[in-house]
Design a protein around this ligand. Structure first.
Ligand SMILES: [Zn+2]
Length: 100
């Protein structure tokens, strides 16, 4: 399980030019129409601090976001737990898939 979770951090890419970006971006694919959607999560408004015991081991932040593409009305829900360096600890998605 440990190495599996470490691999998940690859989905997050930091925008070039800043190591202190306020955004975390990743891509999802709509399960209904196949549209690929880039999601930008704001570290200030979309991500909440959590405390030990509230999430998976090592999680320090929690992100939940609804994603709506342009091609259909299928709502995609993503839930991501992040570590203290905004590394991905655990992730879940409904209505679509993460694109690695
Ligand atoms: Zn769609």
């Amino acid at each position: 399980m440990g190495s599996f979770l470490k691999n998940l951090k690859k989905i997050f890419t930091e925008p070039a030019g800043s190591s202190k970006s306020n955004f975390i971006t990743f891509k999802v694919k709509c399960s209904k129409c196949g549209e690929e959607i880039e999601v930008k999560a704001r570290s200030t408004s979309d991500i909440s601090r959590i405390y030990e015991g509230e999430g998976p081991s090592g999680a320090a932040f929690f992100l939940r976001k609804e994603v709506l593409g342009k091609k259909c009305n299928n709502l995609i829900y993503i839930t991501v737990y992040l570590g203290s360096n905004f590394n991905v600890v655990s992730r879940d998605i409904t209505g679509g898939n993460f694109i690695d």
